[in-house]
Design a protein around this ligand. Structure first.
Ligand SMILES: [Fe+2]
Length: 255
């Protein structure tokens, strides 16, 4: 892997992440949920950040933007579509933009639905995806600014990435997502096994992330609108993909 990754908790359930290119030392922070734990991670690793990659405008992803910029003089990247809501933004990104990062580069995937301008960051050589509040382990983000069809389309883009892509998400929501996933897909053996594993990890105080595209394809109900068993379980065998996705999302909102 070209990049090394440091993952840690911020606030109550947000993930903070640093990624560093081994060769050049270039270091990026993914989202800025809270200053103190990010500074602690920088201290612990000795990595000096020169970039901050923002996925969307929500407060728990941009709170430390200005403090980090003042301290490190770093370049803040973020979605062009909601740039006016991203404090300190320097570079506005859109679908397909490719930005050099040491021996790596990252590609921007527009993934609207949770917010209207949400983007995800893909580092193809290291096979890393930062999907923030679009794709979670066993879940997906709430639809604050988008429609179910918009979110399903966003998730479909992420589903097309290589199967062993490691996925880092914005929050540690996996256990509650697992409980919901089992409610619509209770006979999925792989899902049951993952839910068990996640319970053990959380009981030990360990994170459940990263996940992988392959694991999510097999167990995440928000990527399985086509699955005949789930469709049967929710009584929507003949419905369209968007209808099934919308129903699963609605059930999760009320779970
Ligand atoms: Fe969010």
């Amino acid at each position: 892997m070209v990049l090394e990754v440091e993952q840690f908790m911020c606030r109550s359930d947000n993930f903070g992440v640093l990624v560093r290119d081994r060769e050049s030392g270039a270091t990026a922070i993914i989202d800025a949920p809270e200053e103190a734990p990010i500074l602690a991670a920088i201290e612990r690793t000795g990595w000096r950040p020169n970039a901050l990659l923002i996925t969307h405008h929500h407060h728990d992803h941009v709170e430390a933007n200005e403090a980090l910029k003042r301290r490190f003089g770093l370049t803040i990247y973020g979605p062009a579509a909601e740039a006016e809501k991203i404090p300190g933004i320097d570079r506005k990104l859109s679908e397909g933009d490719e930005v050099a990062f040491g021996a790596e580069s990252f590609t921007v995937i527009e993934t609207p639905g949770h917010t209207a301008g949400h983007i995800s960051y893909h580092f193809p050589k290291s096979q890393l995806l930062f999907s923030a509040d679009t794709l979670f382990a066993l879940g997906c983000g709430r639809l604050f600014e988008g429609t179910p069809a918009m979110m399903r389309n966003s998730l479909e883009k992420l589903m097309a990435l290589p199967l062993d892509t490691k996925v880092h998400c914005g929050h540690e929501y996996t256990l509650s997502n697992a409980a919901f996933a089992l409610s619509v897909d209770p006979t999925n053996e792989e899902l049951k096994a993952r839910a068990k594993l996640f319970e053990k990890l959380r009981a030990e105080g360990k994170p459940t992330l990263p996940t992988t595209i392959a694991d999510e394809l097999a167990t995440n109900p928000f990527l399985r609108w086509h699955d005949p068993v789930i469709r049967k379980n929710i009584g929507m065998e003949e419905a369209s993909d968007d209808e099934v996705f919308a129903e699963i999302r609605k059930r999760k909102d009320n779970f």
